[in-house]
Design a protein around this ligand. Structure first.
Ligand code: 0O2
Length: 257
């Protein structure tokens, strides 16, 4: 079992020197820290987008975010499952979802808006994109997955760290968390009848998303019509060389129209 390239712990020995253990612990801590920093950076980016949208448009395409670092136990389990070496190099190369960030949006169009905004950021590199909304999984799972490389600037070097981003609607998220729980409850051997019900629930969630999207467009169209009506009702007047936009009805009352 290879734990580290240069400081491999010899598991066959009865005892491992304390110094070697400490060095290993420090290396693992340093390694995991870069993933935490990458997550912090991504969360800040998302928060900026959220605040900017909220301020400028009185609305945000991002409902909420949730981040997690994969536990060392699941990292090792995944390496074993995939038949890879157990070393920091191997983890870096093969486990690309150590840092995970989930963004929940209200509408499907918001998912693509958020993905687009992140892809335009020059310091981020999209390594892979899986669109399970266009192409849902057989079980009904839908979500947009992006694998993003984030530069993390440390005191003595820059690390390029992978973050797995899952962007989904509230309905998609509701379904995925329930499906995940059921999967684990049945130890991954879910009865066929339940799988059928889950697929039907995924279809309902998908219809709900489409219906909400249509409603949102209708509400937006009404809002746009209102604001253009309001704009039309405003009249321009000039006082002391300055231009003012005043409601026409107010000017009527003042006898200025
Ligand atoms: P966890 O505990 O959420 O991290 P990979 O296994 O990551 O190397 P894969 O399977 O091609 O490669 O990755 P993919 O398709 O991008 O999916 C990775 C993650 O998406 C999963 O991580 C889940 O979080 C989520 N996911 C994918 N398919 C499903 C699904 O059918 N149901 C649910 N509920 N979630 C799904 P992990 O590592 O499986 O788990």
């Amino acid at each position: 079992m290879k734990l580290m390239e240069n400081n491999a712990l010899d598991m066959k020995k009865d005892f491992v020197p304390m110094e070697q253990l400490k060095t290993f612990r420090d290396e693992v801590t340093r390694f995991m820290m870069t993933y935490k920093f990458a997550l912090d950076e991504m969360e800040t980016k998302i928060d900026i987008l959220k605040q900017e949208f909220q301020t400028l448009h009185d609305y945000s395409p991002i409902e909420h975010t949730k981040s997690r670092l994969k536990s060392p136990e699941s990292i090792v389990n995944k390496l074993v499952r995939k038949n890879h070496d157990i070393s920091l190099e191997s983890i870096k190369e093969h486990i690309r979802d150590i840092a995970g960030l989930r963004i929940t949006c209200s509408f499907i169009s918001d998912i693509y808006k958020v993905s687009e905004m992140l892809q335009q950021q020059s310091d981020l590199k999209v390594l892979e994109m899986k669109d399970y909304i266009e192409n849902p999984k057989m079980n009904g799972y839908r979500s947009l997955h992006l694998l993003i490389e984030v530069p993390v600037f440390l005191s003595d070097r820059t690390e390029h760290v992978c973050v797995e981003l899952q962007i989904r609607t509230i309905a998609m998220d509701f379904w995925a968390s329930l499906e995940h729980k059921i999967f684990y409850k049945y130890n991954q051997d879910v009865p066929g009848e339940l799988l059928g019900e889950l697929k039907a629930a995924a279809d309902s969630a998908s219809s709900l998303d489409l219906q909400m999207e249509r409603l949102q467009h209708e509400v937006q169209a009404i809002k746009d019509a209102h604001s253009s009506e309001e704009r039309e009702m405003l009249k321009t007047i000039h006082i002391n060389g300055q231009q003012f936009r005043i409601p026409g009805t107010l000017l009527d009352i003042l006898g200025q129209n």
